[in-house]
Write a protein that binds this ligand. Structure first.
Ligand code: HPA
Ligand code: MG
Length: 279
């Protein structure tokens, strides 16, 4: 299969059995492609939410910072771009908090890849701010750390599963030449794991290109009953079931140009329901 412009679709996550991809047990899906099973653990762990979906993906990870609904801050305490004043309900994670957390994630990632070269695969467009700040931190280690340096390369992939505030259940993938992933220690860089639709589609797809290992870092993970149970390996924050915007997370391409991660308001949903006007 050519790496360029694969346009594929899959069933919505509600039809996905936890721990399975396309009706196939995840471990057989991955062993088929000789994926390093040590790197992407496939044993479902018990769910933290009673009665919720069982998790798959990583079972050995540092837990993210949990942001509760009550931690939402009034937007008046922060600088919000003028053009978004009415569109923001509350500030969920300030830019300063994001930057501090990204530094720690970079340190955790660095420690997990000792002796290896990481191939960062940024999932566009939402993952681009996180990717940018993460690679600055990883570069800074080269300059300032006395420990063994961890080289990295990177590429970009486009994956789209959202229209407005709804997951379509269809994932469109395009971008990098996936054949080049063979033998590499691939680390997907995502903005948010919400329902898990994108990851439950992307991971088996990428595994067929025989990377040496395949892991996922996501800045956010949403606590939602619509989750298919996928757990990333390195996660910044666990956030409540709200539609979040800012730091490259978008609603119809709006709000990527906002520093903080915020909860969208009803006005924001209405104002940008048809996308961002040209002028
Ligand atoms: N915000 C922006 N993009 C998203 C979200 C969200 O809450 N969930 C999935 N993609
Ligand atoms: Mg994303």
């Amino acid at each position: 299969m050519s790496g360029l412009s694969q346009q594929l679709s899959r069933s919505p996550p509600s039809t996905l059995e936890p721990g399975t991809f396309k009706g196939m047990d995840i471990s057989s899906a991955l062993s088929q492609s000789q994926l390093d099973l040590q790197m992407l653990s496939t044993t479902p762990s018990t769910s933290s939410a009673p009665g919720g979906p069982r998790s798959f993906g990583s079972t050995s990870r540092f837990e993210p910072i949990t942001i509760s609904s009550s931690q939402q801050q009034t937007k008046d305490h922060f600088l919000i771009p003028n053009h978004y004043q009415d569109c923001v309900s509350t500030v969920l994670i300030s830019h300063g908090m994001i930057m501090d957390r990204v530094q720690k994630l970079a340190a955790d990632i660095r420690a997990a890849y000792t002796g290896k070269t990481i191939h960062l695969l940024c999932v566009l467009k939402g993952g681009s701010a996180f990717f940018q700040d993460l690679q600055v931190c990883l570069r800074n280690f080269h300059q300032f750390s006395k420990q063994e340096s961890i080289p990295f390369t990177f590429d970009f992939i486009r994956a789209k599963s959202y229209a407005g505030t709804e997951s379509t259940g269809t994932v469109k993938v395009s971008g990098c030449d996936l054949e080049k992933l063979k033998g590499k220690h691939v680390l997907l860089v995502e903005d948010i794991v919400d329902t898990g639709t994108t990851m439950s589609y992307l991971i088996p797809l990428l595994a067929t290109y025989n990377p040496a290992s395949l892991k996922v870092t996501s800045l956010l993970e949403k606590r939602t009953p619509r989750s298919c149970g996928f757990k990333a390996d390195f996660v910044g924050f666990s956030v409540p079931d709200e539609f979040v915007i800012g730091y490259c997370l978008d609603y119809n391409d709006a709000f990527r140009d906002m520093q903080h991660i915020c909860v969208i308001s009803k006005t924001g949903i209405e104002k940008y329901k048809d996308g961002v006007p040209d002028s």
